[in-house]
Ligand binder design. Structure first.
Ligand SMILES: [Zn+2]
Length: 138
């Protein structure tokens, strides 16, 4: 799960996250995710004496960003209707696949405007997952 920055060219992920139409809160959550700054248990463990790193929601996986935003039931609950609604064909099985499909979409889309909208939709999904997680899936 480490090395998002290293494995992806900076300009690529920057282009995904920083779009003109972004709403700051959406961008901020997505940025925190990319920089591994979200307070998930696997991160908190590095700074505290936290022993339990199991996901607060399912208790069956490590609580890291990839699980939370792509692998968890909560993520599926958010992504599925969003992608259906927006008719987006994104691979959201994990972070890397998601970014790769966004880049592929960008290459397919003629207009920059269209891409901005897709990025924004992904950011909104991120924010919804995070908010739901904070309220423990309610
Ligand atoms: Zn879980």
């Amino acid at each position: 799960m480490h090395g998002y920055k290293g494995t992806q060219k900076k300009s690529e992920w920057r282009g995904i996250i920083w779009v003109r139409s972004s709403i700051p809160t959406h961008t901020f959550i997505a940025w925190l995710f990319m920089m591994h700054k979200l307070p998930v248990k696997t991160r908190l463990q590095r700074f505290t004496s936290l022993q339990d790193t199991l996901c607060s929601l399912c208790q069956s996986h490590e609580e890291d960003e990839d699980h939370l935003f792509f692998g968890s039931e909560l993520a599926t609950e958010v992504w599925k209707p969003m992608l259906d609604w927006w008719r987006m064909k994104l691979n959201v099985s994990n972070y890397r696949q998601c970014i790769e499909s966004l880049i592929k979409h960008r290459d397919c889309l003629a207009s920059e405007k269209g891409m901005g909208l897709e990025n924004l939709r992904v950011q909104v999904s991120f924010l919804i997952v995070w908010r739901k997680f904070l309220t423990k899936g309610t």
